[in-house]
Design a protein around this ligand. Structure first.
Ligand code: MF3
Ligand code: CO
Ligand code: CO
Length: 318
């Protein structure tokens, strides 16, 4: 069954979340779409993490200290850091897989958040999104027309949804970050193709990476795969360096561009393209996080954290 947003629900959400008129028009047009159009709903109170779990520096204040912002240099990880990154990547993967087991029609994204939160506690790791720049939950759950950074809430998963679950853990001082998009119930053919093409695009980009290759080859590869399948790349969201910091240099663009910067052995970063079945413009809602597609189109996203090795990359979140 396809649940459509009624005009009255939509009107109240519009007031609550202060959505722009461009988005209003798109949503109105989208009311007869073959998938459920998603807007934020009510959330539950903040979940806390026990004191004995090691926390990243922003966990208490919700903001980044000056030394965790900026810096131009791309860090080459030493042996100790590589060991830590491997461990964090494996842990993020394990928690994503266990979370994925509970995905089914009727469960709310808040229940997904509760699961991720509990798995992190059981494994003695901190869920990196929690209080990162005041993000209120432990995981990002982005459904259909939500491109990324969806905040878990009381909306139940609906037949035909595509949902990205983006897990990052802070494990012994290092972050590991990955995401996948899952099909819920019966997804139409276009939705299935979108999800498939997005995974192909990420994996094709991973396979071109090695020392001496320009970072811009990642974006060129992703955009050519997207184009070949009739989808567009959402340019507003980028991959990133990762390590003791959640986000650090280099920036990883997923669209075609030119730049001479090349990869070096020992660098760790994410590749996390978002592909859209419609146009590529996003709008951030007034909760400061939820990124929705302006035309109400669906998106999919896949993410891995990788380490550049002597002759390629090691996928740390495989
Ligand atoms: N995990 C996301 C990424 O891939 C970042 C989420 S930031 C958050 O970079 F605060 F929303 F969690
Ligand atoms: Co992520
Ligand atoms: Co990331």
């Amino acid at each position: 069954m396809i649940k459509k947003l009624s005009y009255s629900v939509y009107r109240s959400l519009r007031t609550k979340f202060d959505i722009s008129s461009a988005y209003n028009v798109a949503v109105t047009k989208a009311l007869d779409r073959k998938f459920s159009l998603v807007l934020p709903q009510e959330t539950t109170p903040f979940r806390t993490i026990p004191d004995h779990i090691q926390k990243p520096p922003y966990a208490v204040t919700g903001h980044l200290a000056p030394k965790q912002i900026g810096g131009e240099d791309v860090e080459v990880k030493n042996k100790h850091q590589i060991v830590g990154m491997r461990k964090a990547g494996k842990m993020a993967r394990k928690i994503l897989n266990q979370t994925a087991e509970c995905l089914k029609i009727g469960i709310t994204t808040d229940e997904i958040d509760a699961k991720v939160h509990q798995l992190c506690i059981e494994n003695d790791v901190y869920p990196s999104p929690l209080n990162y720049k005041h993000f209120p939950k432990s995981v990002c759950t982005s459904i259909n027309n939500v491109a990324c950074h969806g905040i878990p809430d009381l909306r139940p998963l609906t037949d035909g949804d595509i949902i990205n679950v983006d897990i990052t853990v802070f494990c012994d001082g290092f972050h590991g970050d990955l995401s996948e998009t899952y099909l819920i119930g019966n997804v139409d053919e276009k939705g299935r193709k979108l999800v498939h093409a997005t995974k192909l695009a990420r994996d094709a980009a991973i396979s071109v990476c090695k020392p001496g290759v320009e970072y811009c080859q990642i974006g060129k590869t992703i955009s050519s795969v997207a184009e070949a399948h009739g989808f567009s790349v959402v340019p507003a969201f980028i991959g990133h360096g990762i390590g003791e910091r959640f986000h650090c240099p280099p920036d990883i663009f997923h669209f075609a561009y030119e730049s001479p910067e090349v990869m070096k052995e020992g660098v760790t970063f994410t590749i996390e393209p978002i592909l859209s079945e419609g146009n590529d413009e996003v709008e951030i809602l007034s909760d400061g996080w939820t990124a929705v597609m302006c035309d109400g189109s669906r998106t999919a996203q896949f993410e891995h954290t990788v380490l550049v090795t002597k002759d390629g990359v090691e996928i740390l979140t495989e």
